[in-house]
Design a protein around this ligand. Sequence first.
Ligand SMILES: [Zn+2]
Length: 292
Amino acid sequence: MKSKPLFVQCDICASSAYNHYFDRNDGQTVVQCKDCGFCYLNPKPDQRYLDSIYKKRSYFKNNTNTIGYSDYFCYQQGNMFWQIMKKKISKILKSKISKCLDIGCAAGDFLQLMTRDGAVGYGVELSSYAAKLATEKNLVVYNKKFEDVHFKDHFELITLFDVIEHVESPTQLMKKVCSLLNSDGLVVITTPNLYKYYLDGKQWTGFTNSHEHLYFFTPNTIKQLLVQSGFTLLKIETYDDYCYPAIIAYYINKFPTKYYLRGITRRLFIPFSSLLKKLNFGHTMIVYATKK
Ligand SMILES: [Zn+2]
């Protein structure tokens, strides 16, 4: 029997008033809160169904192109993002980290990097397959939902890489994160940036892919979430390989590779791309906050 659609209120401000925002290409509706501007899926898919997706090994490797990853573990082999993040974090958190927690740690690649400087790495991961890979990296791994883990420790650093848009309640989750953070600790969040939708329209990957996402943040709404959960926002930056509208990317990709024509054309757009990233239009938001 098909369950009844679950209509929900805004997770940030609890308002039930919303406007239709867009229909995603899987037929699900994204609405915008009339009171705080937060965009979220409404009605909301069944959380047990979503949790079951994350537990499957196919979440990390599949060819649906609409849920999860085509090949997460293969992508990790050449992934420089963790090194970049470690460097960015060390510029803000200057003291030595003794304990760090990564929520949604997958196979623990970021945590493993952090433990090289002596930190003890704690990870939470729903997938038993990924959690096992993380455990082999000498990390403390909880193969559970973060909401169900009871921690005895506090942490100098808590990270959530591409997690907040998936969880049942971002507000409840961030309040728990706040309670686990040391008074001078740092929380770092990455999440897709809804501003990119303004550039890409229906070509935006948040529209065409990742259909397990429930929440769609802008710099403004992620700030509201953090402030009401007990944090002070330090800064937001956006990250992207090349940041320009999808229509430009489409035409650049049509250029022949002969005589480096495609590469040269792409380079011509670098100043434009840098400007858009500075204006917070990059695909991924990187958000840094401390405890109030
Ligand atoms: Zn709201």
